[in-house]
Design a binder for this molecule. Structure first.
Ligand code: ADP
Ligand code: MG
Length: 706
């Protein structure tokens, strides 16, 4: 009898209520979730180094004997205690220190053999590890279990060790032990959703050995094979959903909009600017798609500031003119608000059938009551355009007649999220927008369910941003420059890579610099602060005051990266610019250069050589986002181009460029399977249907053919 891997982890030995609450925060609820909670990285501890040959700055493993231990309070740090040990092997001595782990004295005892793993530093002339991971090798004399691990389990040393993303209260040791226990006990109950013939054809491990080797790889080769199998599975599921959608799209009828030309003209004429040719071209494509009964699935690519929003809004107007509803989802509250205000503004003077366009905003920060009001308005159809954040995905959101779904900055959302939003209508048209340019061949595979439109020109009259690289020695000049701009009525951003000083000692942080700039350098101006740890409500307030011009200088982190549009802001200084990726820098810079004034972007950095120097040089020379993306690819190689959550498929832990072949193989298999069994009704495919249902609640809506 296979064990039930869907059981609640709460009932696992050693977990209990308190820990399971922490696990739930990591979205680990069942044993299956543990299986699929893969390491963030691995540490190779198969190589044992001699102490005499340790290299400072490297993570290394040593095997040595404890020759001295001492426990003492830390000088000037009240309450903090330090445990010191000296370990020795035939090649030298290593100093080890642990903070606030006084119980170690019961385990790290003179004469014991231990393995120690950690980053090598120097303490005077002696190599030192701070808080190294340890394992006591001689188990006989130890009196039993350690508090957070056990001796000689070899889970923690002398092998390739998994390192997980965990949170406070969950230790690596504990988690490794738990994973191991689950694997031992329950792995036999795991179901392989990939049919045997597909595994054979593509030389894939079965799921049990893949999961096993993802967590505790026998060696690097096995780990790679395991990874390949898991990636294939993810790609396959994704392509299966896409394939089912395509299959269905050809058979179903969506909404054939009948655009009301007079109304659309009055909308266009009411805009404060003339549409660019590029915008017009894309609008024509959208109009054609929306007029046809086949549901539209269109990806709109366009550089920052190219004016995607108004194109989407035009689509919304087509929906409104057909007495239907449009929904507009943005990744942050600030952005949703901006879109909402924009829509309000640009539709204030037009009427359809004598009634004004009614837009509403739905975000997480609305009160229960306000939300209920919006819910009612959507359900009754009084609201024509609903703008919001993830809050739109909630169950209470039911439309009377949803006919267009718009998703902004799609790389911040997952495929499943966008599909779940679409599932709130009956085959609505979908427009998905992104400022992350993707090579076409790649786009065709990872967005194989989408048609692609590109806006490839900026609105005329834009004055290109001037970009400079300045070293630390020019800080005074940079401050003077900001001061001059503020004095002439402009606004400015200063962006930092980190929020707090504690995170990384050597970097300037937003908080600390805010205090300094406010008190000392720019005390005669209004300085604001915004970063990810400030509550959303507060952030929105700060952003609103900045927009209104009540704040002159905004100190921030990358939270302003996406979409924010304040035309009067014409200066951006990015500190430690070498810490940012190219596309991030480009997105940040896209926040300025939106108004009638010449804008300036100053990259403060002393990095002039190497990869980071190259990146900064590209920023100075290039303003075209697509070209920058190409250069990014060249410099970094495809491996890092799609950083975490950059590739548009957050659920997919895949680098699509690196895994192009696998992705294509998965698509081929998925298409073949759908051809044979479009409803996944065959017995061998029920496992697949189940997993799609579990991962994607609206799968059935997509799967059922109309
Ligand atoms: P993005 O494509 O980055 O989302 P937005 O849609 O936010 O860009 O547009 C950036 C700015 O350009 C907005 O202030 C918008 O009103 C303005 N804009 C859009 N289209 C035009 C145009 N054709 N001419 C002038 N300004 C435009
Ligand atoms: Mg935008």
């Amino acid at each position: 009898m296979p064990k039930d891997i869907f059981g609640d982890i709460r009932y696992l030995k050693g977990v209990g209520l308190k820990r399971s609450a922490l696990f739930n925060k990591l979205e680990i609820n069942s044993i299956e979730d543990i299986f699929y909670y893969f390491p963030r990285r691995y540490e190779d501890r198969t190589v044992i180094s001699g102490i005499g040959s340790l290299v400072p700055g490297e993570h290394q493993t040593v095997r040595a004997r404890i020759i001295r231990v001492k426990e003492r309070p830390v000088f000037r740090q009240r309450g903090m205690r330090i445990f010191e040990a000296v370990a020795q092997d035939p090649t030298g001595r290593l100093s080890c220190v642990w903070f606030n782990q006084p119980y170690l004295k019961n385990y790290i005892i003179i004469d014991k053999e231990v393995t120690l793993y950690g980053k090598v530093g120097l303490y005077g002339n002696i190599p030192q590890m701070q808080n190294p991971e340890y394992e006591v090798l001689d188990s006989r004399s130890s009196d039993g279990a350690e508090p957070s691990g056990q001796s000689n389990d070899s889970l923690n040393s002398a092998r390739i060790i998994p390192v997980y993303s965990l949170m406070e209260g969950l230790s690596q040791r504990m988690f490794r032990r738990l994973v191991k226990a689950c694997l031992d006990e329950y792995l036999s109950g795991i179901i392989d959703i990939l049919p045997y013939d597909i595994r054979e054809r593509n030389h894939l491990l079965n799921i049990a050995s893949a999961v096993l080797n993802m967590h505790f790889p026998q060696d690097a080769l096995h780990q790679e094979e395991a990874y390949r199998r898991i990636i294939f599975e993810e790609c396959f599921l994704m392509q299966l959903i896409f394939g089912l959608k395509r299959y269905k799209a050809d058979k179903i009828t969506g909404i054939a909009h009948k655009p009301n030309e007079d109304f659309l003209k009055s909308f266009e004429q009411g805009l404060p600017f003339k549409l660019t040719d590029s915008q017009k071209k894309v609008i024509a494509q959208i109009k054609k798609d929306m007029s046809s009964p086949r549901p539209m699935y269109r990806l709109l690519e366009g550089d920052v500031g190219s004016g995607k929003t108004v194109v989407a809004l035009y689509g919304c107007m087509i929906a409104v003119s057909g007495a239907a509803q449009a929904v507009f989802m943005a990744p942050t509250e600030i952005l949703a608000q901006q879109h909402y205000k924009n829509i309000k503004h640009q539709t204030s003077n037009i009427k359809y059938n004598n009634s004004p366009v009614n837009a509403a905003l739905l975000t997480g920060s609305l009160s229960r009551e306000e939300k209920e009001k919006v819910y009612a308005g959507i359900k009754e159809g009084d609201i024509n355009i609903l703008v919001g954040t993830h809050a739109l995905l909630q169950e209470g959101v039911e439309f009377k007649r949803l006919s267009l779904v718009v998703i902004d900055e799609q790389h911040k959302f997952g495929v499943y999220q966008r599909m779940n939003l679409a599932a709130k209508g009956s085959n609505p048209d979908c427009l998905i927008m992104t400022a992350t340019p993707i090579p076409r061949t790649l786009a065709l595979t990872i967005y194989s369910d989408l048609d692609i439109s590109t806006i490839n020109e900026l609105p005329s009259g834009r004055i290109p941003v001037k970009t400079y690289l300045a070293g630390e020695d020019r800080r005074g000049w940079v401050y003077d420059f900001i001061r001059q701009s503020l004095q002439s009525g402009r606004q400015a951003y200063i962006v930092y890579p980190i929020i707090d000083e504690s995170e990384k000692l050597e970097l300037k942080s937003a908080k600390a610099m805010y205090e300094d700039l406010k008190k000392n350098v720019f005390s005669d101006f209004k300085v604001g602060l915004i970063h990810g740890k400030i509550k959303q409500k507060e952030r929105d307030k700060v952003m609103a005051s900045f927009r209104k011009g009540e704040i002159d200088l905004l100190v921030s982190t990358v939270v302003i990266e996406v979409g924010i549009d304040v035309a009067n802001a014409s200066v951006m200084v990015i500190e430690h610019a070498e810490r940012f990726g190219l596309s991030q820098l480009h997105q940040l810079r896209g926040r300025i250069g939106r108004g009638a004034h010449q804008s300036h972007c100053i990259l403060l950095s002393d990095a002039v050589s190497g990869e980071s120097g190259q990146r900064l040089k590209v920023m100075v020379e290039q303003s075209d986002g697509f070209k920058i993306a190409e250069r990014d690819l060249e410099i970094r190689g495809p491996g890092e181009f799609f950083g975490a959550r950059q590739h548009g498929i957050p659920e997919l832990r895949v680098n699509p460029l690196e895994n192009m072949e696998l992705l294509q193989a998965a698509r081929k298999e998925a298409d073949a399977l759908i051809k044979k069994d479009p409803f996944l009704g065959l017995r061998q495919n029920t496992g697949l249907a189940d997993i799609l249902k579990r991962r994607f609640p609206d799968y059935e809506k997509i799967a059922e053919a109309g």
